[in-house]
Design a protein around this ligand. Structure first.
Ligand SMILES: CC(C)(COP(=O)(O)OP(=O)(O)OC[C@H]1O[C@@H](n2cnc3c(N)ncnc32)[C@H](O)[C@@H]1OP(=O)(O)O)[C@@H](O)C(=O)NCCC(=O)NCCS
Length: 203
């Protein structure tokens, strides 16, 4: 089976030259960015810094991703905003190429994801991280992970580090008062009621 980098041309993100961020630009990702995202995210999944994402999963969720690139179009980094619902979104897979760190690209990516959450009317944004200090800069605070059942049911219950997790849970905005995922699937009409607060039944 071909590897993702054999499926499309190697992007400039694999260039060994030092990336100069300068006025890094951020934009929504396109499918053509999927290989660069795949390679960068998974370069940091081995030690658990980031969750491993398959190439197929990145393509399927590419609309969640925002990327940073140099003025010359060199790929510098990426981050994703996963929407659970109006009550919660999650910042995932945020990473900047090692040679481009410390020049503002990560901050721009995160601000853009937070703007996106705001434009979607999401009341709280969560993430799990080993570097809470970075996220304190942007208004996140540490919370007990049990206040984020959606995240636990989406990722933690299948994570090999479930009983050896060294990440802290953080939230910016409101801690969610509801969840849409769980060990037992919630019937869809119930979800509709939860979300709208007005509908009492569905056809
Ligand atoms: C975290 C990461 C995305 C930051 O990207 P970056 O481009 O280096 O960050 P920036 O240059 O935009 O820094 C923005 C601010 O955060 C601070 N900062 C950056 N990395 C930090 C860290 N690890 N801890 C604390 N503060 C940090 C910077 O000093 C800067 O502060 P300032 O605005 O007061 O000057 C990048 O270091 C990275 O890719 N790390 C590896 C992947 C990772 O751990 N991702 C997080 C997974 S949850």
């Amino acid at each position: 089976m071909p590897t993702p980098s054999q499926l499309s041309p190697v992007s400039e993100s694999t260039s060994s030259s030092r990336a100069r961020v300068g006025g890094a630009l951020v934009r929504k990702a396109k499918l053509q960015d999927a290989v660069s995202i795949f390679e960068l995210v998974n370069s940091l999944s081995g030690d658990g810094t980031l969750l491993r994402r398959s190439y197929a999963e990145i393509c399927e969720n590419v609309r969640d991703f925002t990327i940073a690139e140099s003025e010359n179009g060199v790929f510098l980094g990426c981050g994703a905003l996963h929407l659970y619902g109006p009550h919660l979104a999650e910042v995932r897979s945020i990473v900047v190429r090692p040679e481009a760190k410390g020049q503002g690209a990560g901050g721009k990516l995160l601000r853009s994801l937070l703007d996106e959450a705001e434009s979607q009317g999401v009341s709280g944004v969560c993430l799990f991280t080993r570097i809470p200090d970075f996220f304190f800069h942007f208004g996140f605070r540490v919370v007990d992970r049990t206040v984020l059942p959606d995240k636990i049911y989406k990722d933690c219950q299948t994570c090999p580090r479930l009983y050896a997790c060294d990440e802290v849970a953080m939230v910016r905005g409101l801690v969610p008062k509801m969840a849409v995922l769980g060990p037992n699937k919630i019937p869809e009409p119930e979800l509709v009621k939860l979300q709208t607060g007005t509908i009492t039944g569905t056809k």
